[in-house]
Design a protein around this ligand. Structure first.
Ligand code: GLN
Length: 435
């Protein structure tokens, strides 16, 4: 039996599978996973949700602080590192059951339901990069892209992580060593965006739990080392119709008009959504030439120097958005991408000309001719675009934007002080190591 509805979960069922504690998990505005736990024997009074203090969790500014964490029964899984615990991922609501406006999972759900009204389902397939570090914050292996053991000395740690991902029913495609020393990657399989986002949150915890066991620090920080590859969180994505047919493909043309307009929407809003997909000051140290990270707002088939790569045609037509990194809140990242793409479709926004060239090597005038602009090169610039793009207000709403900007501006001030006093790198490691 696959348990996924409220009726499927009873104290007897939990006893049968050896679960003694239940955890309700949810994600904060800034992407941090949180949990509240209770013993199975009080399941009946807790099964429809529990109250949490929204203001201590940073979801609101005012004195109203009551929120409810409501379990999504489809997300039940047993924790591999503590098999007496079963966890559910939750949505956050107010006491009347209305979606809480600053709940990231709720923000994503809202955009998904707008897509559904337009006849689309949103599928995502993220690729998550990570560095494993020693206590001294040095790379914990000396490997390179897709290397094999013995050079790939952390392959056993990767295997333990893979075992756990599979045990928790998280679809994965490949897991391998990446370009940087001690840099690794897991590619997920495509899923409904909401569960795909849940999977990324769970995977990040799995990576960290397994690494800690071996006294290794695991970080999704975008650019721990200036001279080495940065860590991205690329997001493959496509839309289907309500029957599940890929609407990015076109039998005759290969790629559909819908795909092209979706790309047009992404390009139009790319500067503003950078604030969500690259929310750390450190994010912008990654978005530089020569490390397979995008610098310009361009697209092309199979082009890894472009912001938007189209890897597949026909049935598997999809796009890969390459700017995002692991410091993003994945629910918000998906929401921003989908809303930008839908805006493109609604308004039939044409993207610039696709290019096969290395975008970083084009001259200024060649880029001008192709209509290629630069992505924001600092968090400060990204926030200006974010604040002035009306679509951001539609997606995130006033409350969220207020809390988000306050925190991000504080980070900018702190970084400026750190820069003046010569400890910029220490400040960033401190602020983003655990993202
Ligand atoms: N193989 C790759 O595509 C590497 C991607 C690169 N690490 C990034 O920062 O996005």
């Amino acid at each position: 039996m696959v348990a996924e509805k409220l009726e499927d979960f009873t104290i007897d069922y939990f006893e049968e599978i050896g679960v003694e504690y239940i955890q309700y998990q949810f994600t904060t505005i800034f992407g941090v996973l949180k949990e509240v736990e209770f013993p199975v024997k009080i399941w009946d009074e807790m099964k429809e949700g529990t109250g949490v203090d929204g203001s201590s969790l940073g979801f609101l500014k005012t004195s109203q602080s009551d929120m409810q964490a409501i379990p999504d029964y489809k997300t039940f899984a047993i924790l591999p590192w503590d098999t007496r615990v079963g966890r559910f991922i939750c949505d956050l609501t107010d006491n009347e059951g209305n979606a809480f406006p600053t709940c990231p999972r709720g923000i994503l759900k809202k955009i998904i339901s707008k897509a559904k009204d337009m006849g689309f389902l949103f599928k995502t397939r993220p690729e998550l990069e990570v560095y494993f570090l020693s206590d001294e914050l040095e790379p914990a292996d000396d490997g390179d892209y897709m290397c094999t053991p013995p050079k790939d000395s952390l392959h056993e740690l990767r295997r333990l992580i893979t075992d756990d991902l599979i045990e928790m029913n998280i679809g994965i495609k490949t897991i391998h060593h990446e370009v940087g020393p001690a840099q690794h990657e897991v590619e997920f399989t495509a899923d409904d965006a909401i569960y795909s986002a849940d999977n990324v949150q769970t995977a990040k915890q799995l990576f960290k739990m397994n690494a800690i066991d071996q006294d290794i620090i695991c970080t999704f920080m975008p650019k721990p080392f200036r001279e080495k590859a940065g860590s991205g969180l690329h997001i493959h994505q496509y839309l289907t119709d309500l029957e599940g047919n890929n609407v990015f493909s076109d039998k005759e043309k290969g790629l559909s008009d819908i795909l092209r307009w979706y790309v047009g929407g992404l390009e139009k809003h790319a500067p503003a959504i950078s604030a969500i997909l690259n929310p750390a000051t450190n994010s912008y140290k990654r978005l530089v030439p020569n490390h397979e990270a995008p610098v310009h707002i361009a697209w092309g088939v199979g082009n890894r120097t472009a912001l938007i790569r189209v890897p597949g045609y026909e049935k598997s037509a999809r796009i890969e958005y390459r700017a995002g990194d692991g410091s993003m809140n994945i629910y918000l990242g998906f929401a921003a991408l989908l809303a930008a793409g839908l805006d493109g479709i609604k308004n039939k926004i044409e993207p610039n000309k696709p290019t096969k060239d290395n975008v970083d090597l084009l001259t200024e005038s060649e880029r001008k001719e192709l209509g290629i602009e630069q992505l924001p090169w600092s968090l400060k610039r990204a926030l200006i675009y974010f604040e002035t793009d009306p679509l951001m207000n539609d997606i995130f709403g006033e409350d969220f934007i207020g809390i988000f900007l306050e925190k991000k501006k504080k980070e900018l001030t702190e970084l400026e002080i750190a820069q003046k006093n010569g400890f910029e790198s220490d400040w960033e490691f401190n602020a983003y190591l655990d993202c």
